[in-house]
Design a protein around this ligand. Structure first.
Ligand code: SF4
Length: 67
């Protein structure tokens, strides 16, 4: 049985913003592709070459990638 009409809310307390979200069929397709890509990366013998971008400095995973 496929679950339909999944909705949620993302709360950004520091920004004092809420965003309503809804899971659509195209999101499910995108997630399937993303999960396949993650699986391919995990199965490699070595991690991909690090590609430092401007967003990295404010990314929550910065320590994992660069330290
Ligand atoms: S996870 Fe964050 S820090 Fe790491 S590469 Fe991606 S954006 Fe940069």
């Amino acid at each position: 049985m496929k679950v339909k009409n999944i909705k949620g809310k993302i709360d950004y307390p520091l920004l004092k913003q809420n965003i309503d979200i809804e899971l659509k069929d195209e999101d499910m397709e995108n997630m399937e592709e993303i999960l396949n890509n993650i699986h391919d990366i995990v199965m490699k013998d070595t991690p991909p070459i690090l590609d430092k971008k401007r967003i990295c400095k404010s990314c929550a995973y910065y320590d994992l990638c660069f330290i």
